[in-house]
Design a protein around this ligand. Structure first.
Ligand SMILES: Nc1ncnc2c1ncn2[C@@H]1O[C@H](COP(=O)(O)OP(=O)(O)O)[C@@H](O)[C@H]1O
Ligand SMILES: [Mg+2]
Length: 355
């Protein structure tokens, strides 16, 4: 399988996504579709701060890739009418990298720190102080003669984003006044996003085509927008550019994204699990070998969605196909298939680190 095929339903942004995402991002909170609770809470935080004439509390956004964290960070700055500075955890390798950013912030600026869980440890300490006291301690010299010179910095609002809130040290998590927990989107929300994107792209999208694409988008706006563009490509080549249910189905069949959003790798994993291992339990690496993939690819790319869809269960003895998986693949489980006893008494296993 090529990278390209697998990337069709990956929640991570590829180059093509990055090129169009700017145009598709809602600019204001009222245009941000879904996540009602987060939107309402955030609106209160922002309005309260504006009424008091102060920078709002620091905000943490937690949730999987493609769910709208970067979009929300930009919206926060826009709603506050504040400048936005963007950096990310991996870009902060030393505390000096962070000091350079913090000491040049303007009053009220929004600092977006993406993938905040990947920031270097020594920088974390500096961030605690900056968040709490708007101060940076710059260490001058080395060894016993080293001194910390405190520098005041402008009051700012940190907006942190993470796909792994569990990896954040508690002292860092505690310094955020508000945490927005981003969830997967409902089908009707994805349909709304698709209709909005179609309007921006100048694409004629029929309602039932929007329903079809939404159903295959894994609850993720980024995937919905990507599938929309691929269906549009197909409609331009094979039809008059009009996105009907028929074109959507034909295009998504061609791209091998099935009616639940499963791609070829997902189905290969399910197929091997059922046909070769009678539905499991089977170890992840054995399963990966049987589909000709690296264990990590199966664990990070395919498995999380299969587990979330209720098609695969993780048990201490290995991966097991659920009754829903047998039904989805149109196969009949053998009478001694492992689901049932094998699953119900099993302790849940921690999901892997997708980063
Ligand atoms: N609530 C939403 N409403 C409309 N579009 C959205 C929403 N959330 C995400 N998107 C779209 O999905 C794409 C990915 O969102 P992004 O904010 O980059 O996700 P994240 O930073 O969480 O990975 C963006 O181009 C944006 O257009
Ligand atoms: Mg992002």
């Amino acid at each position: 399988m090529t990278e390209h095929e697998r990337e069709m339903v990956s929640p991570d942004a590829d180059l093509d996504d990055r090129a169009v995402e700017g145009a598709l991002r809602p600019k204001r909170l009222e245009d941000f579709v879904g996540q009602e609770r987060v939107r309402e809470q955030l609106s209160l935080v922002l309005r309260g701060a504006q009424r008091r004439g102060r920078a709002p509390d620091h905000i943490l956004m937690s949730g999987g890739p493609g769910l709208g964290k970067t979009t929300l960070a930009m919206i926060i700055a826009a709603e506050l009418g504040a400048p936005l500075r963007i950096t990310s955890g991996p870009a902060i390798e030393r505390s000096g990298d962070l000091a350079a950013v913090l000491s040049t912030l303007q009053e009220g600026e929004v600092l977006f720190l993406d993938e905040i869980h990947r920031m270097a440890r020594p920088a974390e300490e500096m961030l605690y102080v900056a968040m709490e006291d708007f101060r940076v301690d710059v260490v001058v010299g080395k060894g016993p003669g080293a001194t910390a010179i405190p520098i005041d910095i402008a009051p700012f609002t940190l907006v942190g984003a993470t796909t792994r809130a569990g990896l954040l040290p508690a002292p860092l998590r505690d310094r955020f006044g508000f945490t927005a927990q981003m969830d997967f989107y409902r089908a009707d929300e994805l349909e709304h996003i698709l209709r909005r994107s179609a309007g921006l792209l100048g694409v004629d999208l029929e309602d039932d085509a929007a329903v079809e694409i939404a159903g295959r988008s894994r609850g993720t706006p980024r995937i919905a927008n990507r599938l929309l563009r691929r269906v549009r490509d197909y409609a331009e080549v094979h039809g008059d550019g009009h996105l009907t249910l028929g074109t959507a189905r034909a295009a998504l069949t061609l791209y091998e994204v099935d009616d639940q959003g499963l791609d070829r790798l997902d189905r290969a994993v399910l197929d091997a699990l059922m046909r070769r291992f009678r539905g499991g339990p089977v170890g992840l690496s054995t399963l990966a070998v049987s589909v000709g993939e690296e264990p990590e690819t199966v664990e990070v790319v395919a498995e999380p969605f299969l587990v979330r869809s209720g098609l695969i269960a993780r048990t201490p003895r290995g991966r097991v196909a659920t009754p829903e998986a047998w039904a989805h693949m149109g196969l009949t489980p053998p009478p001694d298939a492992a689901f049932g006893a094998g699953i119900s008494d099993a302790a849940p296993v921690e999901p892997p680190d997708p980063s």
